[in-house]
Design a protein around this ligand. Structure first.
Ligand code: GAR
Length: 266
């Protein structure tokens, strides 16, 4: 890619990963530029970091949207471009066994918020959407509207654990409490599941008897600040290739996985 990669970032909080990405762009470590920073939380500290670098910001207040729909469910309709049957088939964030009301409330509230998010993103055409501590699951409604080219995902996430271990909202906490001797972080593409998408990069650190949850978080975060820019730059260089791989298992069954291959630099 000769032109600079146009990067959109979504955050929920303090934005230290965002800062690392902005700095890496400015230092030429990523052949790209952050063109917007959006948040589900209007108070996110990271929005100020973006403003300091003169990057466009916006927010969609998920908490107030969810609260409003809870209090007044009749008033909330899916956006007109939703295909509900397809959404129900594709979504895997809530078990299909959960009660219908719960599934519908989750999908309706998230899709309404996501439609607003997409609207706010519209003025800023981007090549890659980076989730940097964005603490909301994205539904297939949003994902399909960003990933328009089949086989070329373009939403990246960083997760504070060595996936597929410890998906969810507290990766370092789960790692520490489990008594793991190694912790780490993972950069992956988003798919329809929670933290299940194909893995791009991982870094690990040792956990010793002297470590506390705080030191584990600190060690992990420092690795995040290096691995996320590295993975984004691989994307900018066109070196991430999605591949479907089928493996024969000992029990004569087969397993097929979608993985990321990292191409050699040319
Ligand atoms: C990071 O540790 C990131 O891995 C995690 O949130 C933190 C954000 O920190 N993300 C998730 O847990 C996503 N499920 P930051 O706002 O300082 O970049």
């Amino acid at each position: 890619m000769t032109q600079k990669l146009r990067i959109g970032v979504l955050i929920s909080g303090r934005g230290t990963n965002l800062q690392a990405i902005i700095d890496a762009c400015e230092e030429g470590k990523i052949a790209g530029k952050v063109i917007f920073v959006g948040s589900d939380n209007p108070q996110a500290e990271g929005l100020n970091r973006a403003r300091r670098h003169k990057i466009a910001t916006f927010s969609v207040n998920y908490a107030s949207i969810i609260k409003e729909i809870k209090e007044n469910p009749e008033s909330a309709n899916f956006p007109p471009d939703v295909n509900l049957d397809e959404l129900l088939i594709r979504q895997s964030l809530i078990s299909a066994k959960a009660d219908t009301e719960r599934i519908m409330f989750f999908l309706r509230s998230r899709v309404i918020a996501e439609a607003k998010l997409l609207e706010k993103m519209k003025p800023y055409p981007f090549d890659l959407l980076v989730l940097a501590g964005f603490m909301r699951n994205l539904t297939p409604y949003f994902i399909d509207r960003v990933n328009t080219a089949p086989g070329s995902p373009r939403i990246m996430n960083i997760h504070p654990a060595l996936l597929p271990a410890f998906p969810g909202v507290d990766g370092y906490g789960d790692t520490y409490r489990y008594g793991c001797k190694v912790g780490g972080c993972t950069v992956h593409f988003i798919d329809y599941g929670e933290d299940t998408g194909p893995i791009i990069g991982q870094k690990a650190f040792q956990i010793s008897e002297d470590d506390t949850l705080e030191t584990v978080k600190k060690k992990g975060l420092e690795l995040e600040w290096t691995i996320y820019p590295e993975c984004i730059n691989l994307f900018a260089q066109g070196r991430l290739k999605i591949a479907r791989k089928t493996y024969a298992l000992a029990n004569s069954k087969k397993v097929t996985r979608t993985v990321v291959e990292i191409l050699k630099s040319s």
